[in-house]
Design a binder for this molecule. Structure first.
Ligand code: NAD
Ligand code: MG
Length: 396
């Protein structure tokens, strides 16, 4: 296959919802993109099919055993993809000289080291893995600027804001006459459900998102609105905007993906059908535009668009995230880790839905270590402490 002149892409988390959508967009533009590496944690069948179709140079999986199975299956099918496993291999494919751009689409803290490796190697980093940025904050932003990496947001809200900011935007809202950014939130599946019935909701009900089809973890985060809280922190780091200039509004139709409000009274919004292939195509082709496979909006069929203020009693996680951003240092990493543990416990039906915010709040109250961040190790140390504490609370 001739790769000359093509953008060579690594997809971290290629078997997930974002990974699959990324390959869908790439497959529409074979003249522009080639796939250098694909990675999956445990879905060997999924990555096997992807390797047969896209012929990456390297595939990375979670364990030695998974690697052995994949290697044998690829060999049988005559596919020449090399197979590696583990976190070091993830970092290697994220920073390899043979890749130009990295889609960071692993879910949760597990994606931090590889996303950071891509930034440190000066790649074009297409960031879906918001947890990585929430945890590492300034460390990640410094890695991007010191190594001349390009950071492009995939999260639909942040991609929308990116599109609504001036092209020359320099991480300073004052300098560009920006009053605030407004993140839209769908409100998830429990927006109107009676509060006292939330104790009894099942994982299936929580992951049945009304507008987006996504991985299980982010779907539960959408139901608690911790997802929006993580996105507030993400917006702070991506755009250099203080918490007081980041507003959240609930917009159940998910047509307006976010907006930027300027001092002259203008508000610029980005709209589109709710499909992640839009921000993915934007980032892949930036600063060009390419077809994504998504239908254009039909304004006459759109109906009413509603916007309302979020209620912290219904969505306490949103408030916890704002407070964590204001507290700074390792607090967002602690919030994120406690949330990952609590969401997993909810998905495994070990705790009820309303316990998620309870566990996160109690972990935030109890961590007493110095909460400053000096490097990746200290981020991971805080992540680890918070996970242990969350697990103890769940089992006690
Ligand atoms: P998903 O669960 O569908 O996929 C996760 C991917 O990560 C899979 O490929 C899986 O193999 C891999 N993975 C999981 N655990 C791993 C581990 N320990 N080590 C290595 N790889 C591992 O998740 P998703 O919905 O695609 O979300 C991915 C990221 O993108 C999340 O951070 C999410 O918040 C963000 N995001 C997703 C959407 C969406 O529409 N799905 C929208 C905005 C942001
Ligand atoms: Mg989002």
């Amino acid at each position: 296959m001739m790769d000359a002149g093509k953008q060579r892409i690594t997809i971290l988390g290629s078997t997930g919802s974002i990974g699959v959508s990324t390959l869908d967009v790439i497959s529409r533009h074979p003249e522009r993109y080639s796939v250098y590496a694909l990675t999956a944690n445990s879905r060997i069948d999924g990555i096997l099919l992807q390797c047969e179709r896209f012929h990456p140079k390297v595939a990375v999986v979670g364990t030695a055993e998974a690697a052995r199975i994949l290697r044998a299956a690829l060999h049988e099918r005559g596919v020449k993809t090399a197979v590696e496993y583990g976190e070091e291999a993830l970092c290697a494919v994220a920073s390899a000289s043979e890749t130009d751009a990295v889609m960071a689409a692993i879910v949760g803290a597990a994606g931090l080291a590889s996303a950071l490796a891509a930034a440190r190697a000066g790649k074009k980093v297409m960031l879906a893995n918001k947890e990585a940025l929430v945890m590492s904050g300034q460390l990640f932003i410094d890695a991007v600027s010191e190594n001349h990496a390009t950071l492009l947001p995939i999260d639909s809200e942040h991609n929308a804001i990116f599109q609504c900011l001036p092209v020359s935007y320099q991480r300073s809202p004052q300098q560009h006459g920006i009053e605030k950014v407004v993140l839209t939130a769908s409100g998830g599946p429990f927006l109107t459900r009676p509060l006292d019935s939330l104790d009894k909701v099942t994982p299936e009900q929580a992951i049945a998102h009304p507008k987006w089809v996504m991985g299980r973890k982010i779907s539960v985060d959408s139901a608690t609105m911790m997802n929006k809280g993580l996105e507030v922190i993400e917006a702070h780091w991506l755009f250099g905007i203080p918490a007081r200039q980041i507003e959240v509004v609930i917009h159940p139709q998910s047509i307006v993906h976010s907006m930027v409000s300027y001092v002259d009274g203008s508000m610029i919004a980005q709209m589109g059908n709710p499909d992640m292939r839009v921000p993915i195509a934007y980032a892949l082709a930036y600063p060009d535009r390419i077809a994504s496979g998504v239908n254009p909006l039909d304004l006459t069929k759109m109906g009413h668009l509603q916007f309302e203020k979020p209620d912290y009693r219904r969505f306490p996680c949103l408030k916890l995230a704002y407070d964590a951003l204001l507290a700074g240092g390792a607090t967002p990493a602690i919030l994120n880790a406690a949330n990952e543990v609590a969401v997993q416990a909810f998905l495994e039906q070990r705790i009820g839905f309303r316990k998620i915010n309870d566990v996160v709040a109690r972990v935030l109250d109890r961590v007493t270590t110095e909460r400053s961040i000096s490097g990746l190790e200290s981020v991971l140390m805080h992540d680890n402490i918070a996970r242990k504490m969350a697990n103890n609370l769940i089992f006690s």
